[in-house]
Design a protein around this ligand. Structure first.
Ligand code: 6PG
Length: 473
């Protein structure tokens, strides 16, 4: 029992996490189904710290100090269940299994309940930041019991990114809370990427800028309120030239976006929770549309507007405003989903703490998250981030440009589903009356589904097929 913690599953994420632990002075047991990976890790990086390699699961488990901390870094789904079943019988009450993969939170809830029966702690931990993050400091979102966090938290906080001395890791809440929050993080990641993509598309096709020029625009934006990892790497990608053809890299990449499922899960879950997350949904759908090659091919001949370009002056600034405003909306929707999930499952998640641990390490890390942290600090019970002083002012300052950009996109035939849905959400929440009243009337007409009134309590039905008098339902 010489290792403080063990990692099994040494593909790039697991390997880098193990190295991160070792580099921080924690002796780490390492195991992989195929031992050659374990050997390669020790051979290549053995001088970074203390690695305790094991070929057999029994030896791996035996090398861990108690309570045992065992991190599994394998593919979500069946492979995760298989690895749990392999190791759980070797553990003792009080030991912990940490799943650092992108598991669905419902699976995590199921596994946590099953392992709790066997006296084991199961911690579903969202880990964001990709390969580099795993090595140099990710953002970590651990769920599971508070007791398990006592034994695990200090280690995880030690290897997580930190911002101004605050680690990007906190106990999110019981059972599946950590993986739920990681899922929504990824949904927000999709929405943010989609909004950036629309900004690029507009600058390219409405303003006629080249990828290299747009890279400069993003570099400038990255010195302001939009400063973020995603904006930074966008400039890098746009500035890159394809070596084989000498053309802009972005022009030689097939324009069909793929996805591994976390964005889709976010939207599926939001539908179940009844939370409107249009920004995330449109981002998932945009990827889906892009991948339907046959549909797109069939539609090539459909008429579009007589294209004209916008006058370039001031347009980039307008797009910056539309992007910032839409980003506020997308994040507000994601945080709404976190609060709804927390209420549904009794997790008691602190949304401000989530914003805090997303400031560094993760893919959506940004200066912006500190604004969200501050908004929840100012009003922990706020029903929406949109009404926070800073955000309300930013939305107000952006709205003319935002509307102009959405209108320009529509006029020029440039798809902007992310910008459009964000603006619609903003206007829907603002509206004093919504046409939902008419929807209710229609439902009552064809199905006697009843409606409530603005001036009296109760439910009512109008006798549409008769004398159109109203009866209490
Ligand atoms: C992160 C990322 C990462 C995720 C991919 C998924 O937080 O480090 O979100 O966990 O695997 O980025 O993205 P796709 O669904 O686009 O493949």
């Amino acid at each position: 029992d010489e290792a403080r913690i063990g990692v099994t599953g040494l593909a790039v994420m697991g390997r880098n996490l193990a190295r991160n632990l070792a580099r921080h002075g924690h002796a780490v047991a390492v195991h992989n189904r195929t031992p050659s990976r374990t050997e390669a890790l020790v051979r290549e990086f053995g001088d970074e710290g203390v690695f305790v390699p094991a070929e057999r699961p029994e030896d791996f488990v035996a090398s861990l100090e108690r309570p045992r901390r065992l991190v599994i870094m394998v593919k979500a789904g069946a492979p995760t269940d298989a690895v749990i079943e392999e190791f759980a019988p070797l553990l003792e009450p009080g030991d912990m299994i940490v799943d650092g993969g992108n598991a669905h939170f419902a699976d995590t809830r199921r596994r946590e309940a099953a392992l709790r029966e066997r006296g084991l702690h199961f911690v579903g931990a969202g880990i964001s930041g990709g390969e580099e993050g795993a090595l140099h400091g990710p953002s970590i979102m651990p769920g599971g019991s508070a007791e398990s966090y006592e034994a695990l938290g200090p280690l995880l906080e030690d290897i997580a990114a930190d911002v101004d001395g605050t680690p990007c890791c906190v106990h999110v809440g019981p059972d599946g809370a950590g993986h739920f929050v990681k899922m929504v993080h990824n949904g927000i990641e999709y929405a943010d990427m989609q909004l950036i993509a629309e900004s690029y598309d507009l600058l390219r096709h409405a303003a006629g800028l080249s990828p290299a020029e747009i890279a400069e625009v993003f570099r400038t934006w990255n010195t302001g309120r939009l400063e973020s990892y995603l904006i930074e790497i966008t400039a890098e990608v746009l500035a890159h030239t394809d070596a084989a053809t000498g053309r802009p890299f972005v022009d030689v990449v097939l324009d069909q976006a793929e996805q591994k499922g976390t964005g889709r899960w976010t939207v599926q879950t939001a539908l179940d929770l009844g939370v409107p997350v249009g920004g995330i949904a449109e981002a998932v759908f945009a990827r889906s549309v892009s991948g339907h090659a046959a549909l797109r091919e069939a539609a090539q001949g459909l008429p579009g507007p007589a294209r004209s370009r916008v006058k370039e002056s001031g347009f980039a600034d307008a797009v910056e405003k539309a992007l910032y405003a839409s980003k506020i909306v997308a994040y507000a929707q994601g945080f709404h989903q976190i609060q709804a999930g927390s209420a549904e499952y009794g997790w008691d998640i602190d949304p401000g703490a989530m914003a805090t641990i997303w400031r560094g390490g993760c893919i959506i890390r940004a200066r912006f998250l500190d604004r969200i942290r501050a908004a929840y600090e100012a009003d922990p019970r706020t029903p929406t981030l949109l009404t926070d002083d800073h955000f309300a002012e930013a939305l107000g300052g952006a709205q003319d440009a935002w509307r102009e950009v959405v209108a320009t996109a529509a006029r020029l035939g440039i798809p902007a589903p992310g910008f459009s849905t964000a603006l619609s959400y903003y206007d829907s929440l603002r509206a004093e009356r919504l046409p939902a009243a008419l929807t209710q009337g229609q439902r009552d007409f064809f199905g006697a589904h009843t409606y409530r009134r603005t001036d009296r309590d109760g439910s009512f039905h109008t006798l549409w097929g008769g004398d159109r008098s109203e009866t209490p339902a």
